[in-house]
Design a protein around this ligand. Structure first.
Ligand SMILES: [Zn+2]
Length: 418
């Protein structure tokens, strides 16, 4: 068998593996959330809060989708014309066009061209957040975050670019094997180190203070059969008024994090309801599932890129002889951008199913649907949610069920519908 045939067989096997893992670990259907209850929930929400959430999202949309469109356009122009290859050559020039310089500097030039062209949209977004009082951050702090984001992106990008093109350089025939294994390994490693290396760049995390709330949260986790060493509090208030909590990390780095804004603004019973949702993620090992799917997906993407390399028409269009050449970075970015957009609806629906399961878990563990519903209402009002977003946006990008769906699920639970 030729390397190409092996790569095709491996790609099929990886895609099947992703489908099997998703089918086994993501619920096939969401818990009941009747539309009649959704509409009743919508009626019960304060009308001015609903209107404010709609107006806020209406104000964000032009920037969000404008940024997406410009980013896509740039990726296509650089990737599907010789412009991208030219940019990579220029970046490697001070080093005599050495392949390593092209991979690292050329790669970062392509990535940062995208960041730079969408920067005005990011600033626009921040000004909307400030206008609506959601952001508590001045422009200095915001710029600092942007720079930190670039620094993290540069480090992660450098590791991926140098790793990938070192492999293609030294294993010209079988690079896809090592590349696929490396991409999967990096994904797993990143999941482990993200909470300890990346999150602290942006926030400070402190163990939750001893006291009644901490004791009751630890007891809740104990009752739930989810061992939690600690609940960490993030100093989110330096940036936002939004309320949130999340789980990240794997094994020894797994942690439940709550925003300090949540402790400041929500009564203890509602904080418990939020943490019960996060315990659901921990219990069902959703971070682990995401990591496995991500690792298999990354390996599949490397195989797909290798196979794409035999499409000579595409290479010629981008002014390339080989897809394994650092000059192909812009083409790879264009393909990744298109693939990301195409996969968004699938990724979103899987995420929504996982989130709905965590919601159901919160209802079961607390057995207090009215508190869960009040918590949803508080989060929606404070975070300026679009409580019942346009259908197309929901299908394409919503990572969570809508607020009215979540409230309706609590109402159905209260009636004993499971
Ligand atoms: Zn969640």
């Amino acid at each position: 068998m030729t390397p190409r045939l092996w790569a095709a067989v491996t790609l099929v096997a990886l895609v099947v593996a992703v489908a099997v893992v998703a089918a086994l670990r993501v619920p096939w259907s969401a818990p009941p959330s009747p539309r009649a209850d959704q509409l009743a929930a919508l009626q019960s929400l304060p009308a001015d809060a609903v209107a404010r959430g709609r107006a806020f999202h209406g104000a964000l949309r032009p920037g969000t989708y404008g940024s997406m469109a410009i980013g896509l356009l740039l990726a296509l122009v650089l990737g599907l014309t010789p412009a991208g290859a030219w940019l990579v050559e220029q970046a490697g020039r001070p080093f005599g066009g050495h392949w390593l310089a092209r991979a690292l500097l050329g790669g970062l030039a392509v990535v940062f061209a995208g960041e730079l062209i969408t920067l005005p949209f990011a600033a626009w977004r921040q000004s909307v957040l400030r206008d609506y009082g959601l952001s508590t951050q001045g422009w200095g702090g915001w710029a600092g975050d942007v720079l930190k984001g670039y620094a993290v992106g540069a480090v992660v990008g450098a590791i991926a670019l140098v790793g990938f093109f070192t492999i293609t350089h030294f294993a010209p025939r079988w690079w896809w094997v090592w590349g696929a294994a490396g991409a999967a390994a990096l994904t797993v490693l990143f999941s482990f180190v993200f909470p300890v290396l990346v999150e602290p760049v942006f926030n400070k995390f402190t163990p939750m203070e001893q006291g009644e709330l901490r004791t009751s949260l630890m007891a809740l986790a104990q009752r739930d059969g989810v061992p939690v060493r600690d609940v960490l509090v993030a100093d989110a208030s330096r940036r936002t008024n939004a309320l949130n909590a999340y789980v990240s990390g794997l094994g020894p780095t797994r942690r439940i994090v709550v925003y300090d804004t949540l402790l400041r603004d929500a009564p203890p019973a509602e904080v418990e309801a939020v943490v019960a949702h996060e315990l659901g993620h921990a219990k069902f090992k959703d971070v682990f599932t995401g990591t496995v799917v991500g690792a298999l997906g990354a390996a599949a993407a490397v195989c797909a890129v290798y196979l794409l390399g035999s499409w000579t028409g595409l290479l010629r269009r981008a002014g390339l002889d080989s897809i394994a050449d650092p000059r192909a970075i812009a083409l790879l970015m264009a393909v990744a951008t298109l693939a990301g957009l195409a996969a968004a609806p699938l990724q979103s629906v899987l995420s929504r199913r996982i989130e709905a399961r965590a919601d159901a878990h919160a209802l079961e563990v607390t057995d207090d649907p009215s508190t869960v519903e009040r918590m949803e209402e508080r989060l929606a009002t404070t975070n300026l949610a679009d409580v019942d977003p346009p259908r197309w946006e929901y299908v394409m990008f919503a990572s969570h069920p809508s607020v009215v769906e979540r409230m309706a699920a609590a109402r159905a639970f209260a009636r004993g519908e499971r």
